[in-house]
Design a protein around this ligand. Structure first.
Ligand code: ADP
Length: 158
């Protein structure tokens, strides 16, 4: 179902795998809330590929718990094209984070595609240096080896 937000809101769409959602992602959202009225965090997955739909809902719920005290953040999931979600939800810009030159090149290509096909711009925020080394894949790897990753994951507020 398409959620309706007030037409006057400036909404950013932050898509990603968020597997898991880290303090680096959280910092991008926090800073974006200083620029936009609302941020939609959207867990993207591909129906035909590796990300099974069942693995997405727990991720959505976990991110919702992080933002249950923040009414300006909505959390959703989507298996289609980002530009279609953006159009359906009145999004004015895509939001992405960049940690390195490698991220930059990928993000620039994606931004070009989304602007060419969807007519929507991407706002890039550079990672805080203290979070730039954190990635979801690192967290997964450490967890697989039984290491503590608490300092890489956002706190849940009650
Ligand atoms: P994807 O699979 O789409 O790259 P990710 O969940 O890995 O999804 O990342 C989503 C977005 O967050 C990307 O723009 C990525 O560059 C950015 N990002 C990931 N980790 C960090 C971090 N530590 N600091 C800032 N941005 C980050």
């Amino acid at each position: 179902m398409t959620q309706k937000y007030p037409d006057t809101e400036r909404i950013a769409l932050f898509t990603g795998s968020f597997d898991p959602f880290t303090v680096g992602h959280c910092d991008i959202v926090k800073r974006a809330l200083g620029i936009f009225d609302r941020v939609i965090v959207c867990v993207g997955y591909n129906i035909d590929k590796t990300t099974a739909a069942e693995s997405v809902q727990p991720r959505v719920e976990a991110i919702r718990r992080v933002y249950r005290q923040e009414p300006r953040v909505s959390v959703d999931s989507w298996s289609g094209l980002t530009i279609d979600y953006a159009r359906e939800h009145g999004v004015c810009a895509l939001l992405r984070g960049v940690r390195s030159v490698k991220d930059y090149e990928y993000e620039r290509d994606m931004a070009d595609v989304n602007r060419a096909l969807g007519g929507i711009d991407t706002v890039i925020l550079f990672a805080e240096p203290q979070y730039a080394w954190i990635s979801s894949s690192l967290v997964r790897e450490l967890q697989a080896h039984g290491r503590d990753t608490k300092n890489m994951l956002p706190a849940i507020t009650d």
